[in-house]
Design a protein around this ligand. Structure first.
Ligand SMILES: *Cc1c(COP(=O)(O)O)cnc(C)c1O
Length: 391
C-alpha cells in the first residue's frame, strides 16, 4: 500500500507504515515474513508475549461460553479475579476498567468520595513533574504536561505538580487540604525514571502522619514488570489506592483500580460504573495472566533476566559516548542518548529490534516478561550494531 493512501483514521498517531500480521512469543512478523524482536511489547502490555498458548486457550474457551452480560448481573469470574488480586496485594476491594486512564479516573473518584465523607476541606492532590497518567481530562489535569494538554483547557483544578524524588518540595507543598499523593513508582512515559525506594518510604510516612491517601500509578510498572508483582513491594510499603492496566491483560484491554477497605469507603452503590469493565472475556484472560505472573518462579526469572540485561546495557553505556545513561528497573529499561531518541529507535527498528521512545530523550525497552538470556543477547547485538554505525 502506498504511504499516501487516504486513511479514515484520525491522524492522532501520525504516519504508520510498519504492519504486523502475526505475533508469537517475543517476535512479531510482517505479512512478507520479516521477523522483529519485540522489546516494545505493545508499550509494556504484552507481558506474556504474543499469543501465549494458555491465554489463547482461556480466551477460546470463554468465547464459546459467554462474552458479555454487563455489570447488571453477577459475574463469578470477576468475583474470583478480584479475590485473587486482593490476596496477592495490599488491596481489599477492586473496580475493573478497560484501560489505564480509566483505572486512574476510578482512583481519583476513590480519593474524592473518601474525603467527601470524612473531611470536605481536603481537595488537593499532589502529582509529579514528568508524570503520565493517561489522556482523559482528569489525567491531563493531574500530570500538567503541555505536550498532552495543549488546547484542552479548562482542566480540572486541585492538582499540585511538584518535582519528582524531592523530599523538600514535598514537605513544602503538603497542607491540611492535601487529599492524596499520586505517583508512578517508575515513571514510564516521562523517561523511565524510578522513584528512589527511600522517597517511596518517605511518601508513606508523610501520608500516615498527615492523613493523606497514597495512590500509586502502576499501570506501566506493575504486573511483574519490576520483578515483583507490583513495584511498591521493593520499597516494602503499601499504598491505599493503586491503578493497574497494561500488563494485566497481556494485550486484552483490561485495567483495575485497587484500594483498601478504608480508602474505598465512599465508593458505594451508584458512585461509579462501567459497561464493559471486568467483562467475562477480559477477566478470563486476566485471571490466567495473574496466575502465571504471580508465580514465585516466574517473578524470580524476570528478576534474573532483567539483571543480566542491566549488566549488558551498562557495558554499552561505558563503551559508547552516545549513551548518556541506562536507567529503569526490572524489564522497564531506558537508554538515554545524546542524539535524538526517535531517530535511534527508528534505526533499531530497521535492524529488527522494536523499542519505544519515551520522554527525556530515552529509548524504552519493555520486552515481554517471558524473555530469556538469548533474547537479551539478540537485542544487545542489534544495539551494538546500531550504536557502532552512529559514531
Ligand atoms: C499507559 C499509562 C496510563 C494510561 O493507560 P491507557 O490504557 O493508555 O489509558 C496511565 N498511567 C501510566 C503510568 C501509563 O504508563
Amino acid at each position: 500500500m502506498s504511504k499516501k493512501s487516504k486513511s479514515f483514521i484520525m491522524p492522532t498517531y501520525g504516519e504508520r507504515d510498519l504492519l504486523f500480521s502475526k505475533g508469537k512469543g517475543s517476535y512479531l512478523y510482517t505479512p512478507s515474513g520479516k521477523k522483529y524482536l519485540d522489546f516494545a511489547g505493545g508499550i509494556a502490555v504484552n507481558s506474556l508475549g504474543h499469543c501465549h498458548p494458555k491465554l489463547v486457550n482461556v480466551l477460546k474457551k470463554q468465547s464459546e461460553i459467554l462474552w458479555h452480560t454487563s455489570n447488571l448481573y453477577k459475574n463469578n469470574n470477576q468475583e474470583l479475579f478480584a479475590k485473587e488480586l486482593c490476596k496477592k496485594t495490599f488491596a481489599d476491594k477492586v473496580f475493573f476498567t478497560n484501560s489505564g486512564a480509566e483505572a486512574i479516573e476510578c482512583g481519583l473518584k476513590v480519593v474524592k468520595s473518601y474525603w467527601n465523607l470524612k473531611n470536605k476541606r481536603k481537595k488537593n492532590i499532589i502529582t509529579f513533574k514528568g508524570a503520565f497518567h493517561g489522556r482523559t481530562f482528569a489525567a491531563l489535569s493531574a500530570q500538567k504536561n503541555k505536550k498532552y494538554s495543549e488546547g484542552f483547557t479548562p482542566l480540572l483544578t486541585g492538582f499540585r505538580n511538584i518535582p519528582f524524588n524531592d523530599e523538600v518540595a514535598l514537605i513544602k507543598n503538603i497542607n491540611k487540604e492535601t487529599a492524596a499523593i499520586l505517583i508512578e513508582p517508575i515513571q514510564g512515559e516521562g523517561g523511565i525514571k524510578p522513584a528512589s525506594l527511600k522517597f517511596l518510604q518517605y511518601l508513606r510516612k508523610v501520608c500516615d502522619k498527615n492523613n493523606i491517601l497514597l495512590f500509586l500509578d502502576e499501570v506501566q510498572s506493575g504486573f511483574g514488570r519490576s520483578g515483583k508483582l507490583y513495584s511498591y513491594e521493593w520499597a516494602k510499603i503499601q499504598p491505599d489506592i493503586l491503578a493497574t492496566a497494561k500488563g494485566i491483560g497481556s494485550g486484552f484491554p483490561l485495567g483495575a483500580c485497587l484500594a483498601t477497605n478504608e480508602a474505598s469507603k465512599g465508593m458505594v452503590q451508584g458512585r461509579h460504573g462501567s459497561t464493559y469493565g471486568g467483562n467475562p472475556l477480559a477477566v478470563s484472560v486476566g485471571r490466567e495472566v495473574l496466575s502465571i505472573i504471580s508465580d514465585k518462579k516466574f517473578l524470580k526469572n524476570v528478576d534474573t533476566v532483567s539483571r543480566y540485561f542491566w549488566q549488558k546495557l551498562k557495558k554499552l553505556e561505558h563503551y559508547y559516548e552516545e549513551i548518556v545513561e541506562i536507567r529503569g528497573a526490572g524489564l522497564l529499561l531506558g537508554i538515554k542518548t545524546k542524539k535524538n531518541n526517535v531517530m535511534i529507535s527508528n534505526l533499531l527498528r530497521k535492524n529488527k529490534l522494536l523499542s519505544v521512545p519515551a520522554g527525556d530523550n530515552v529509548i524504552r525497552l519493555a520486552p515481554p516478561l517471558i524473555i530469556n538470556k538469548k533474547h537479551v543477547d539478540e537485542a544487545i547485538k542489534i544495539l551494538n550494531e546500531t550504536f557502532e554505525k552512529l559514531i
